[in-house]
Each structure stands twice: as structure tokens, then as C-alpha cells.
Design a protein around this ligand. Structure first.
Ligand SMILES: *Cc1c(COP(=O)(O)O)cnc(C)c1O
Length: 389
């Protein structure tokens, strides 16, 4: 069967025509069950290798929670990336891939006992913290561990803010650094997260200025930091254009060079930017209806089995299989479950597809499958990493 897809200019910034054809050829020749998440290995490789390229003395730790599929981990491991994890489950995935403990850090400031015990056993030695209780916990399970403070920073300009849950202010941070040292831990530095899908490159400036104040205050107390962990937050294109990672990094690099000692180590923890725009959900239309004055389009992938971030405001781009009889209409797009929460988007202009026609949801490589559940019995789509032909 030949399928026709019309790619608009805006889509081409996310997926090129040859790459799309490559995905479709793969689908047709492999009898793949839908919905499925197809990931482009070549693009992922390019994105992964671009991380940190414009920041001096930097080391990249891929945030595993963005997409922990074994084939994704294998590819990134092969490129020499390091990893950031938060749980024994993520540690297990890395252990199975043969990633050594010296390439793993943990930036979740509040960890479970079970995870700390597993990390101790495996040999992981870098952990974030932002409270006295966490110092006590880490010190009791992993004496002498390297720890870095999670600093609270503004999350303006991020579509997925993370600021409220974690992080301390400067004075409390300086106190905690001394406390950690007193408890036998090794306070090595500072971390922060500007918020995920951060589209304002100056957000990192606010964070860096604040980190600099804490850095100097700790030095006055006799604690010489050497690690600055700038977290994640690099954006990908969903519908709107976003600032280039190169721009973001040059800006960060310049400021770090100006503010901090020249021999520090910079850790970067991108998740979304490594995998987000390298994956496409291939779903199909399972129903159409008109309710009141709304046109509804029902897909076999929804909020529960992959598109959870839509609820938090992420708006995806769609390419529908062409239907010669279709007219362009405004759609409310829903997933397959019986829950009325299962609505992915509203007011999306699309040419009306056929029932059974394919709908490609772009930029679905991050925070989709890792969030998915089998609610209502709809299975979680398989992830397939494919290479260009
Ligand atoms: C989630 C997370 C990341 C990755 O964030 P992205 O916005 O996906 O780049 C990095 N560090 C920490 C501590 C995180 O919690």
C-alpha cells in the first residue's frame, strides 16, 4: 500500500522527508504492530554528540528517565555518554547494559533507602542533596560519598517547571555543605535545574549567578567546590521553534568562564534534548465524532499510554496520512481509554483523516513511554530504534 503524507515546512524542522520515508518503509516491511514509537538512531547520535560541545571542561550525563529503552541506553553508552539516575530500576537498566559505576551520578535530592543501598553496592559515588536528613541518610549508607547541593533557581521560561519541589536557598546551602563535611561526606559542588523544555537561554544566567554566590560562601567556610552541575532543560521543537542548543551552551560557557575558577568540572544532564525530537509515535485513527460544535479525533495512543505530557501543556505536531476527500478542520484529539482525562490536544487544524489512517505524532522520544501505563488495558507501545538505510 502506498501512503501519502504531506509534510509542511514546520514539520521539516523536526523530521526530514527522507527520514520520514525511512520510518514508513520500515513500518511497511516489518509488519510492526501499532501504535509504536520509532526512534531515529542517526539523529539521536547527532544530538547526543552535540551535548556539551560548546561548554569547556564539560561531561555529559544523560538523564535516563527521559527514555530508558535498552536500545537507547546501548546507543548512548556506545557514544561514551555518562548517565544520571534516580532509582534502583534505572540502575538495573544501566547494570544490564554494562555501564560502570564511575559513569553514573544521582541528582534526585531525596532518595529512597532501597536505592541508596543498591547504589552503594554497585559503587555509585555522586549524589545530590538539599536537606540535613538526606545528609544523614547518605552518610549512614555510603560514608565518604561525593555530594552536591541542589540549589533552588527560577524556572521562568520553562514549559515543564521543576523549581518548587527541590532546592535550597544560598544561606541554607552553605550551612548544609558544612554539615555534610562534618558528617564525613565530601561536598564537591552545586547543582540546579532551570526546568525542563527551557526556552529562555537567559534562565541559565540567573542560576549561574546564584550558584556563584553559594560557591564563594562555601569557599569562605573552607569548602573548596570543584563540580558545577547545570542539570538538564535544553529544549526540543514540538510546535514552536526553540533556541538552538549551541546558543544556549555558548552563553552558559561564557558566563561560567567569567564567574568560576578555570579548572572546575561542568556536569550537564540533558534528557529531553538527547532523545525528544528523535522519536515519532505512529498511531492510527480509531474513531471520529462530532459533539456539539467540536470535531473529535480518537487515536490509539493517548494520555495514559504515552502522551502524558500533553496534560502539562506540551503541544505536539501531527502529520496525518493523506485522505483525498478530507477537508481541513479543527480537532479535539483524544486517546483510546474511557477516561475523559484522556484528551491530548484541542483546536488542532488537520485535514480530516480516514478511519484506520496513520497519524504521526512528532517529537515523542522523551517522557512518553517512560511515563506510560497500561490503564484500561491499552498496551504501552513498543520502542524501536532504527538506522537509516
Ligand atoms: C529530569 C532531570 C534531568 C533532565 O532534564 P531535561 O529537561 O529532560 O533535560 C536532569 N537532571 C535532573 C536532576 C532531572 O531531574
Amino acid at each position: 500500500m502506498t501512503r501519502v503524507f504531506r509534510i509542511e515546512a514546520a514539520h521539516r524542522k523536526i523530521i526530514s522527508k527522507p527520514d520520514l520515508l525511512n520510518f514508513l518503509t520500515f513500518l511497511d516491511s516489518n509488519g510492526v504492530e501499532l501504535p509504536v514509537l520509532l526512534m531515529d538512531a542517526d539523529k539521536m547520535e547527532k544530538k547526543a554528540l552535540a551535548m556539551g560541545r560548546n561548554i569547556r571542561n564539560s561531561k555529559v550525563f544523560y538523564a535516563v528517565k527521559a527514555n530508558p529503552a535498552p536500545d537507547v541506553i546501548k546507543l548512548l553508552d556506545g557514544l561514551g555518554l555518562n548517565f544520571e539516575i534516580a532509582s534502583e530500576g534505572e540502575l538495573e537498566i544501566l547494570a544490564r547494559a554494562g555501564v560502570g559505576p564511575e559513569r553514573i551520578i544521582t541528582s534526585n535530592p531525596v532518595k529512597t533507602f532501597k536505592f541508596l543501598r543498591a547504589a552503594e553496592k554497585y559503587g555509585v559515588r555522586y549524589f545530590a542533596f538539599d536537606s540535613r536528613d538526606e545528609v544523614d541518610k547518605i552518610a549512614s549508607i555510603i560514608p565518604g560519598a561525593n555530594v552536591y547541593l541542589r540549589l533552588s533557581v527560577p524556572n521562568e521560561g520553562s514549559e515543564w517547571p521543576l523549581s518548587r519541589k527541590f532546592g535550597v536557598e544560598i544561606d541554607e546551602g552553605a550551612f548544609l555543605a558544612s554539615y555534610a563535611k562534618q558528617k564525613g561526606l565530601n561536598p564537591v559542588g552545586i547543582t540546579f535545574h532551570v526546568g525542563s523544555q527551557c526556552t529562555n537561554k537567559y534562565n541559565w544566567n540567573n542560576a549561574l549567578y546564584k550558584a556563584k554566590v553559594l560557591w564563594d560562601l562555601a569557599a569562605k567556610k573552607g569548602i573548596a567546590f570543584r563540580v558545577l552541575n547545570i542539570g538538564g532543560g535544553y529544549p526540543v521543537k514540538y510546535t514552536r521553534n526553540v533556541v538552538d542548543i549551541e546558543d544556549i551552551e555558548k552563553n552558559i560557557d561564557g558566563l561560567i568562564y567569567e564567574l568560576f575558577p578555570k579548572d572546575i568540572e561542568v556536569f550537564i544532564e540533558p534528557g529531553r534534548a538527547v532523545v525528544g525530537d528523535t522519536g515519532v509515535f505512529v498511531s492510527s485513527v480509531i474513531g471520529k465524532s462530532v459533539r456539539g460544535d467540536e470535531n473529535w479525533l480518537h487515536l490509539d495512543v493517548g494520555v495514559f499510554n504515552g502522551l502524558m505530557e500533553s496534560v502539562g501543556g506540551i503541544k505536539y505536531s501531527y502529520i496525518v496520512e493523506d485522505n483525498p476527500e478530507g477537508q481541513v478542520k479543527q480537532w479535539t484529539i483524544a486517546g483510546p481509554s474511557c477516561d475523559s482525562f484522556d484528551v491530548i490536544d484541542t483546536n488542532v487544524a488537520l485535514k480530516e483523516p480516514r478511519i484506520g489512517g496513520l497519524v504521526l505524532v512528532l517529537s515523542c522520544g522523551a517522557y512518553t513511554i517512560s511515563y506510560a501505563s497500561e490503564f484500561n488495558g491499552f498496551s504501552i507501545p513498543e520502542t524501536i530504534v532504527i538506522r537509516g538505510v
